[in-house]
Design a protein around this ligand. Sequence first.
Ligand code: ZN
Ligand code: ZN
Length: 473
Amino acid sequence: MASSSSSVKQAEAFPDGTTDFKPMRGKAYDIRKPHISEQPMTLKNWYKHVNWLNVYFILFIPLCGLISTYWIRAHPYTILFAVVYYFNCGLGITGGYHRLWAHTSFKATLPLRIYLAAVGAGAMQGSIRWWSRDHRAHHRYTDTEKDPYSVRKGLLYSHIGWMVMKQNPRRIGRTDISDLNEDPVVVWQHTNYIKCVLTMALGFPTLVCGLGWNDWLGGFVYAGILRVFFIQQATFCVNSLAHWLGDQPFDDRNSPRDHVITALVTLGEGYHNFHHEFPSDYRNAIQWWQYDPTKWSIWTWKQLGLAYDLKQFRQNEIEKGRLQQLQKKLDQKRATLDWGIPLEQLPVISWDDFVEQSKNGKALTAIAGVIHDVTDFIKDHPGGKALISSAIGKDATAIFNGGVYNHSNAAHNLLSTMRVGVLRGGCEVEIWKRAQYESKDVSYVTDSEGRRIVRAGEQLTRVAQPIANAHAA
Ligand SMILES: [Zn+2]
Ligand SMILES: [Zn+2]
């Protein structure tokens, strides 16, 4: 109990700007009483776990609408209007709720704010204030217990489960929404939400189709209920599909992903990996050819003088993120390849031992202080058996590096996989190895996991100026 009361204090102390407002419905939530979600679901109490208001709005009404299409037919104009209104209400969510209010990625004049709040209500997804609060928590606590629609709890949960089942308000991460409380459009829409949603989601489309071409029932079912259903499902895809399907070009430590299918479904919200990295950018897609009608709309509003202060991250910052992720992928790929035994794991062998072993059947050759066993390679040597055999039991640094033949980058790479020891008195190599033992600073390039990076042309066995050049022409 002690810990729960301290968490209550903590929750009350956090200034999230949510204290001055009456909750939208029901009596005030008492943070002191245990929440239903803290009790396990049983046959006796399961109905208490269900958020019936949401079930009604996102499952029951759409289901009734779907069933009624069996009897009710729509006028062609009704279908046309439903599609046009679908895009308007969709924009209310993507351009309004999401990019304007949740992320303040641009500023909008009063007429545009009223339009977006109105058509946003027509999408039946809660008030701007409620929606933005949860969305800010989603960005701040992505994939954690405090993320209201964490995909880590399953695809279905992130799509719809989090709304159908009651959520413990104490669990959801808190965020600052004081800026939203200062926008009178947001506040008015929040306090009059039920009126707004009934008018814009059902009343307005019914009226247009009824007064326009006398299709009252068709307008109510197709342009009202079914259109709402499709917008809701499309928006839910940003929480589910955009965290599940596609690539992660900017950061793969969290779940957000980029995919054109999600973008097509959600008016351009599908470049979600980019969006989570650069959330206050008014764009989701940064390439001109990518599908982001929400971005195009915001840009058009700017040209019309309705929107201003469009926020955009510098290309330099975006490319840095992309490069770091590419580098991570490169590191992972590099780690799967055989670069030879690391020098520090090789035994130090004396010159005499090396010569001795070479005489007793082992095909060893020393290059740049590293001993290589080429026994299995002699028959495959592109330069022929004779040349490679002439290097056995010898220091072949010079002949390998241009004395006889200036070996390719690939040859140096291949050679490194045959290394078996380090020559005592092998100059640099031995000094390097000794320093490793004594954990002194040895400068070489490593990747993020501390694995050594061997760049083309910079292999240890490559020596710029051959020490001896007796056979050079
Ligand atoms: Zn997300
Ligand atoms: Zn967002």
